[in-house]
Design a protein around this ligand. Structure first.
Ligand code: ADP
Ligand code: MG
Length: 288
């Protein structure tokens, strides 16, 4: 049915400080296949192992062979071209502001392509499309100082820096953490649009299903370093009791529907948008 996954984890396990008294078994056997063009949310409470999974894609961990594959190739095999991996998988780490390396916006976004050998004229084009893409118009922002930007703007600069690498896969680790509701929604809209335009494969980590529900159609739920659910968004949302037990934030319409269920016991469990909820309520209240 499906071809070679673009990213795959096969029984991936990772222990920090292995062999020491402080050894911490962070990921305990995660298997995961991501097909090109999929939009997958990795959702789980804090310390469930999301960032460790992301770091495995970035080759930041001491990987054992046979666990992490890109386009069918073992990225931990001797002689594997890690540079090629970096050109294919763009990663926006948790607290992306820390990925900013230059003082001036345009220079920071240009840093990646320039380091990868992109000629000046092409780099300029990439910086422009990336800044425009994250809603920071190139003309207005390229000469601004990073320190003078708001937190949300800084995060967009960091994302633009990754976009400028034009990777077909984009991985974002808790991209909306710390943003206010409006900032979250704006960023999610923007990411959705970018993924559409560029036909990206998208992997988004979050502790909130709200983010996931706006951006992804498949959800992998992690708990204590293991996959506890993996399926289409609507199927995962139906297990609201389990999700609440795992301390995962439900999308607002679903949380509201849970509250309203003592009045309307037949409210569906998979309402992803406020419009869905409103429609269901209007039906039950009858049209005036
Ligand atoms: P999440 O991103 O879901 O919060 P993490 O992958 O960051 O989860 O963490 C999983 C587990 O690994 C946690 O118990 C965390 O404390 C531990 N951990 C993460 N990074 C390190 C590290 N650099 N050294 C030791 N333990 C770590
Ligand atoms: Mg994390």
């Amino acid at each position: 049915m499906s071809g070679t996954p673009i990213l795959e984890l096969r029984d991936f396990r990772y222990t920090y400080l292995e062999g020491t008294p402080k050894a911490n078994e962070a990921v305990r056997g995660v298997s995961l296949e991501i097909q090109p063009g999929e939009r997958v949310a990795i959702v789980g409470p804090t310390r469930s192992g999301k960032s460790t999974v992301v770091d495995s894609f970035a080759h930041l961990l001491r990987l054992k062979p046979g666990q992490v594959f890109f386009e069918g190739e073992d990225v931990a095999a001797p002689g594997y071209d890690r540079g090629a991996l970096r050109r294919k998988v763009g990663i926006v780490f948790q607290q992306p502001e820390t990925q900013i390396v230059e003082d001036v916006v345009g220079a920071d976004v240009a840093f990646g392509p320039t380091s990868a050998g992109s000629p000046a004229e092409e780099t300029r084009g990439r910086v422009e499309e990336s800044l425009d893409g994250v809603g920071l118009p190139y003309r207005d922002f390229r000469l601004r100082y990073v320190y003078a930007l708001s937190g949300g703007q800084r995060r967009r600069v960091a994302i633009a820096g990754v976009l400028a690498m034009r990777t077909p896969v984009l991985v974002l680790d808790e991209p909306t953490a710390g943003l206010d509701p409006r900032g979250r929604r704006e960023l999610l809209d923007l990411l959705g649009r970018l993924a559409d335009d560029r036909k990206l494969t998208l992997v988004v980590c979050s502790a909130s299903l709200q983010d996931a529900s706006l951006l992804c159609d498949r959800v992998v739920v992690l708990d204590e370093g293991r996959v506890v659910m993996d399926g289409p968004l609507r199927e995962v949302l139906r297990r609201d009791e389990d999700l609440v037990r795992l301390d995962i934030t439900l999308p607002e319409p679903i949380a509201a529907a849970r509250e309203l269920r003592h009045l309307f016991p037949d409210l569906p469990e998979d309402l992803t948008t406020e419009d869905d909820l409103e429609r269901e309520l209007v039906q039950r209240l009858g049209t005036p």
